[in-house]
Design a protein around this ligand. Structure first.
Ligand code: SF4
Length: 855
């Protein structure tokens, strides 16, 4: 089947907006004819709605969409399809989903997996015509099948179980309508969009006039698309003048951001996935790629198995699946990463296995760093880390002997009270060996969420502004104010509230309104009891989400139903800087709307229609990319149309012509380096003030809360292969629930014997802040003195099994990322009638006291 599309000729002034719905169960081909030199041809899936422009005389032809030959089914004059009102933000009805105009021109739709930062391409097909689909039969009401997109450059057709089953959650427990209530002890009642948005806008206005703009906070998510993020930044940081937008990337990647910026001058991972195929030595630290980034792990493993000389080192207190696949597992004591990294540097310097030319010509701060490493002799490091000197030497030797070392890290490094220092200690090793800006080498952070990168690019943390700008730089603020048409001085020079500062602001009544979008802080933030108490006292909380119930919804006064993956068109950037257009293929259920539209609508009601009236997400993206021109993350050459036509593209992707951004970015901020899209810093020039990379000289401090006599164990937390975050989506997918039916606590046999528990017995874990109970999983995969629990179970899915009931809020002073990975706990067996834990305690059946289906 062929298909074609050219943009509608904009010079035709008598255009009308038309609306067509495929009410059949067959795929159709829509063609609009009679306009000279213009053809509109589009596949329309069953139930899909099409919104398009035409002239009144045009004729819509509906054909069957058979592979060989087409049959004309219907001819409809476009005049008969005219809608009465243009659907623009601030005016239109949610029934008109103009994002659906941008659907694929083929019988499948290309999009991106909405889970982790690997960013695998997916192809979505209507269920009846799928071949080789990776998931089984769909759930009731689910008419979509998913398979890997072989043309996607990052994943080449591969997907893990999460991506393969994602469509199964599309129609489960969806929040369908806006809901409101005056207080948390009341039931929600259904409201119209108009009522709900008016309420939100008026409450924001009240807080602005009584407490100032800084009384308003938004807490977003790496699940949001770039367009959602951008509109939120423009509303909060620009129009309202508060930097109180933070996202759950604060819990995930903010240490990587701070580390890159401090060492290299800008955020942005310098590597790409091709480096997984080219490296001589993969050094994985704090990253269980086998479970958390499985497609990256598969690719690396393939290279590793094919080339026996390639080394793989895994640094992790647990013997994870990743560690099992490695040639060397360094099971360091929690919190000793910097000791290890400085210890490796010590040996490289002692052996003179350093790149002196690189250090001399492209770095500063080497002598201070070298002085620090003198304190990390093999004996000291071996003792602190709990590893043998010989294993330490092996790791250092592989660094020394390899031409191309690729380090990969994730939450095990970032979620630490010295997360930024850890990231910089990794980068230090690349700087002394010159292992950066070349194929197969470099420091490579693996993002947790699908669009954590897009969030960073659009300024989606409370210290950032779009285009990798920072709130503390006056010229960065001025550029944004001018570009957004706002008065000088509107953007605050101060950091806004971080995720944790929002909680403390609720405690002190400094936060008057909290707007939570696509995230579940009632499970994911540390010190949960304190968080819940703070949320309970919030004067006004809006929870904008696709699903109901969630643990956070119970703390909300307003629920706003959001369109999710597959129901809105927008972009996401993955760990290797590849931007993918995630195309809508299904209308949102009920009255759900895209996040950016909801946020923009509120902004329009607050008087910012000039800034926030976008016709569609393509228009949002077109505005946003202008702000990246000349920046490290230059994507000014990208557009929705280009991504649709050419497929996913990697930044930097500058505009080819000499078109300049107005206002023009100061020459000092232009990237001075000849970057290629694949790798940054290939000419070893860095976007710092002096063009050099900066060593850090930092002594390890260890855990913020080390074990002691009262709390003698270290609790570490992490993710499982099948589940995603707080299970909002994966908890609703049967196959994944069966894969991981209940939470557990990993404990070493020696510790289990010491406290007197057997396999599957219930253990109570208690920290200074809270407690939980888990069935024991006795395994030598965990080091003595350390226990592990998965993060995925909130109170919706199990009783008293929240990992974050125990964790603390101590965070990195630079990145403000909390140390979710470690806290001190005590353990005790729970006396039960049966020696085995009753697993039904941990497998709650979700009872949806539905605000949606009941209506
Ligand atoms: Fe999705 Fe990540 Fe799995 Fe790829 S590896 S399919 S992006 S969850």
């Amino acid at each position: 089947m062929t298909s074609a599309f050219t943009p509608f000729p904009t010079h035709l002034s008598n255009r009308i907006l038309c609306y067509y719905v495929n009410t059949t169960t067959q795929i159709q081909q829509a063609k609009i004819l009679t306009i000279p030199n213009w053809l509109f041809e589009r596949v329309v899936f069953p139930r899909q709605r099409l919104l398009f422009e035409a002239i009144p005389d045009a004729l819509l032809e509906i054909h069957s969409c058979a592979a060989a030959g087409e049959t004309l089914l219907n001819k409809i004059p476009c005049l008969h399809l005219q809608v009465s009102e243009r659907s623009r933000v601030g005016v239109g009805s949610s029934l008109l989903n103009d994002d659906l105009q941008t659907d694929s021109m083929e019988c499948s739709v290309k999009t991106l997996c909405p889970y982790c930062g690997v960013g695998c391409g997916l192809e979505v097909l209507p269920a009846p015509q799928v071949e080789n689909a990776v998931n089984g039969q769909g759930q009731a009401g689910n008419s979509w099948k998913v398979r890997g997109d072989r043309a996607h450059p990052s994943s080449q057709g591969m997907v893990c179980v999460k991506g393969a089953t994602v469509a199964e959650a599309l129609n489960k427990d969806r929040l369908l309508y806006p809901m409101i209530r005056e207080s948390l002890d009341q039931e929600f009642r259904r409201a119209s969009w108009d009522q709900a948005l008016e309420l939100v806008a008026s409450r924001i206005q009240t807080v602005r006039s009584t407490q100032g703009a800084d009384g308003v906070c938004m807490y977003g998510s790496g699940q949001l698309q770039t367009e959602d993020y951008y509109v939120a930044q423009k509303l909060l940081k620009g129009c309202l003048g508060t930097n109180n937008f933070d996202s759950n990337s604060r819990l995930c990647m903010s240490s990587a951001v701070a580390g890159y910026v401090q060492s290299l001058g800008s955020d942005g991972p310098p590597c790409c996935y091709e480096d997984l195929d080219l490296t001589d030595c993969a050094f994985l630290i704090g990253a269980n790629t086998a479970e958390c980034h499985p497609i990256i792990h598969n690719r690396l493993q393939k290279h590793h198995k094919k080339n026996r000389s390639v080394k793989m080192v895994a640094v992790d207190p647990r013997r994870t699946k990743t560690a099992e696949d490695a040639d060397l597992h360094l099971a360091i004591q929690p919190g000793t990463d910097i000791d290890l990294l400085n210890g490796i540097a010590h040996m490289l310097l002692r052996w003179n296995c350093v790149d002196t030319d690189f250090i001399t010509n492209h770095t500063v701060g080497f002598s201070d760093f070298a002085a620090v490493t003198q304190h990390y002799s093999p004996a000291v490091v071996s003792e602190r880390c709990g590893i043998s000197i010989s294993d330490l030497e092996t790791a250092a030797r592989w660094w020394a002997e390899s031409n191309r070392v690729l380090s990969l890290w994730s939450m095990g490094v970032n979620q630490s009270s010295e997360g930024t220092a850890k990231v910089r200690a990794i980068i230090n090793l690349h700087l002394i060996t010159g292992q950066i800006g070349k194929p197969g080498a470099g420091p490579f952070s693996l993002t947790g969420q699908p669009n954590a990168m897009g969030g960073r690019e659009t300024g989606g943390l409370c210290n950032l502004l779009p285009g990798y700008r920072h709130v503390q730089f006056p010229d960065h603020r001025a550029e944004l104010e001018q570009f957004w048409g706002l008065p000088a001085g509107r953007i605050s020079a101060d950091w806004g509230r971080t995720a944790w500062d929002i909680i403390t602001g609720l405690e002190t009544d400094d936060v008057g309104l909290l707007w939570i979008v696509a995230t579940n802080p009632a499970v994911s933030l540390p010190d949960l009891e304190r968080v819940k108490t703070a949320l309970r006292r919030s004067p006004f909380t809006i929870h904008q989400d696709a699903y109901y119930p969630t643990e956070t919804a119970k703390f909300a006064h307003v629920l706003l139903p959001a369109a999710q993956w597959g129901e809105k068109t927008g972009t996401m950037t993955n760990s290797e800087r590849v931007v993918t257009l995630c195309q809508a293929f299904s209308p949102p259920p009920g009255e759900a709307r895209p996040d950016w539209k909801i946020i923009a609508e509120v902004g329009c009601r607050l008087g910012f229609a000039d800034q926030l009236s976008f016709a569609n997400s393509a228009e949002v993206f077109a505005e946003y990319v202008q702000l990246t021109q000349g920046r490290v993350c230059d994507m000014s050459g990208l557009s929705h149309d280009r991504l649709r036509q050419e497929g996913p593209l990697q930044w930097p992707c500058p505009k080819e012509s000499g078109t300049q951004l107005t206002p023009q970015i100061h020459p000092d901020q232009l990237l001075q380096t000849a970057v290629t899209a694949k790798r940054l810093y290939t000419d070893h020039q860095f976007p710092t003030a002096d063009g050099r990379a900066h060593f850090s000289a930092y002594h390890s401090r260890g855990l913020a809360e080390p074990p002691d006599a009262a709390y003698p164990f270290v609790l570490t937390t992490g993710r499982l292969y099948g589940h995603w975050h707080t299970q909002t989506r994966t908890g609703r997918i049967e196959k994944i629930r069966q894969m991981h039916p209940h939470p557990f606590l990993e404990i070493h046999p020696r510790d289990a014997a010491r406290i007197g528990v057997e396999d599957h017995c219930l253990i109570e874990v208690r920290s200074r802040r809270g407690m939980a109970r888990f069935p024991a999983k006795i395994t030598a995969a965990i080091a003595p003195g350390t226990v592990f629990v998965p993060i995925h179970w909130g109170e919706l899915w199990a009783d008293q099994a929240e990992a974050n009931a125990m964790t603390h809020d101590q965070s990195c002073p630079d990145s403000k990322q909390p140390e979710l990975k470690a806290c001190a706990v005590q353990l005790a067996p729970v006396a039960t009638e049966s020696p085995q834990a009753d697993h039904t305690l941990f497998t709650k059946t979700l009872e949806v006291a539905s605000v949606s289906s009941a209506l």
